[in-house]
Design a protein around this ligand. Structure first.
Ligand code: HPA
Length: 276
């Protein structure tokens, strides 16, 4: 396995001189249009980065893009690595730690998700305020590198309360309806059964998806602040007459992406001015 120093040597070969992103952002299924807003982009295919496997789901372009959004330097992970692809935690750890090692202090997570709330339908956005880890593991299992982060980390403010306020303000300013809720992660790749969704609802979940949680744990471990927004692509299994398909999620993801393209740059602007 490539060391982080070897990984960063490759990234730095591509990075513009003196480039230090303020934000990292990871784009979910069907949300990659946001990456097209980035000015002066420098893109590195994941294949060119030691230790990264390439995700294989349609709609995932798998590029690390360095550039600017609203004149703010950002690094964008266009395409994520999912456990359901049979990918181990190693490359997922590498991907998130690249963002930290480049210098980003804030990590924005976007994803597609099913809604467990009848009042939050396809095409809506939901800010994530907490999560329930239903993945069969945790990306921090194994020897801990104290130079990256502590052995045990608190998860009470995993979804940073200050950033939540800034996201609400950005939503208000862009006139976007922003629901809020708890995200529950499943391994996938099968969607849930109606019985599972009923069970998850009693556990307190508002949205369900196959990602987010490992990335948030890893980002918190290395000290980045996290904000997360889900693009709701469907009502969860058993909640609507419409059957859930990957194509359907991409279609509604595109509608929600148009909102994200307005919301995220505004959030970045708000947060950057709050930082200084
Ligand atoms: N379940 C799991 N993952 C998803 C869903 C869903 O209903 N929609 C989009 N991603």
């Amino acid at each position: 396995m490539a060391s982080m120093a070897e990984v960063m040597q490759v990234i730095n070969r591509y990075a513009p001189k003196g480039f230090v992103p303020k934000f990292g952002i990871i784009l979910g299924s069907g949300l990659s249009e946001l990456a097209e807003q980035i000015t002066n982009p420098v893109s590195i295919p994941y294949q060119a980065i030691p230790g990264l496997h390439v995700g294989g789901v349609a709609g995932h372009a798998s590029l690390l893009v360095m550039g600017h959004l609203n004149d703010v330097p950002i690094v964008c992970l266009r395409g994520r690595l999912h456990l359901y692809e049979g990918i181990p935690y190693d490359p997922i750890r590498t991907l998130i730690r690249i963002v930290k090692n480049l210098g980003a202090s804030t990590f924005i997570v976007t994803c597609a998700a099913g809604s467990l709330r009848q009042d939050v339908g396809p095409g809506e956005l939901m800010m994530l305020t907490d999560h329930i880890n239903f993945h069969p593991g945790n990306p921090l299992v194994g020897p801990n590198d104290e130079t990256i982060g502590p052995r045990f980390i608190g998860m009470e403010d995993a979804y940073d309360p200050g950033l939540q306020d800034l996201m609400r303000a950005a939503a208000k300013r862009t006139n976007i309806n922003l629901a809020e809720g708890v995200y529950l992660s499943t391994l996938g790749p099968s969607f849930e059964t109606p019985a599972e969704i009923r069970a998850f609802k009693t556990l307190g979940a508002d949205a369900v998806g196959m990602s987010v949680v490992p990335e948030v744990i890893l980002a918190r471990h290395c000290g980045m602040r996290v904000a997360a927004v889900a693009a709701i692509t469907n009502l969860a299994a058993g909640m609507s007459k419409e059957k859930i398909t990957h194509e359907g999620t991409l279609h509604h993801g595109a509608i929600a992406t148009r909102k994200l393209i307005k919301l995220i740059p505004e959030f970045i602007k708000e947060t950057t001015s709050a930082m200084v």
